[in-house]
Design a protein around this ligand. Structure first.
Ligand code: SME
Length: 154
């Protein structure tokens, strides 16, 4: 197993422990954001946006204060949410419509939160490194997002 796979396997076990006996969506999102921020190298923002009508609204996160509302289809988050597909951006400066929150961010990954086919929000991570996120990150984060959705009352 690669180091990255091991790291995600360990985080999955840690998240299982954090969610044990708890189904509150804010509490579990806050703990998952903290876990991601603590464990993943070269990350400057990790957190949630939850869908309210046609907008994503800021949820629990770690990192610098961020924009509160993102319309579906806007920015990296709104694009991933609208397409219901994970999105990796190697260089945010080359993504038309990227919404800058922390000037240090250079690359970004967004995982849509889909429960029974219903879009509930996104998990968003930023890095101060170019091309920080790859398929292993996408798979690992998707698995953590699915665990969150399974264990949490939403
Ligand atoms: N960069 C995001 C906005 C959210 S922050 O990165 C926390 C976007 O373009 O949607």
């Amino acid at each position: 197993m690669t180091d990255k796979k091991k790291l995600y396997a360990r985080m999955h076990a840690q998240a299982e422990g954090l969610f044990e006996g708890e189904s509150d969506p804010i509490a579990n999102a806050a703990n998952l954001a903290a876990l991601l921020f603590m464990e993943l190298p070269a990350i400057n923002w990790a957190g949630f946006y939850f869908l309210q009508d046609t907008e994503l609204v800021l949820g629990p996160f770690q990192g610098q204060p961020a924009c509160v509302r993102i319309a579906l289809g806007k920015g990296v988050c709104g694009t991933a949410a609208k397409n219901r597909q994970p999105l990796i951006v190697d260089n945010v400066d080359e993504f038309a419509g990227h919404i800058p929150c922390d000037g240090a961010s250079q690359s970004e990954i967004v995982i849509p939160l889909l429960k029974d086919g219903v879009l509930l929000g996104v998990l968003d991570l930023d890095s101060p490194q170019l091309a920080r996120f790859d398929q292993f990150d996408q798979d690992g984060l998707k698995s953590l997002a699915n665990l969150y959705l399974k264990r949490t009352r939403l």
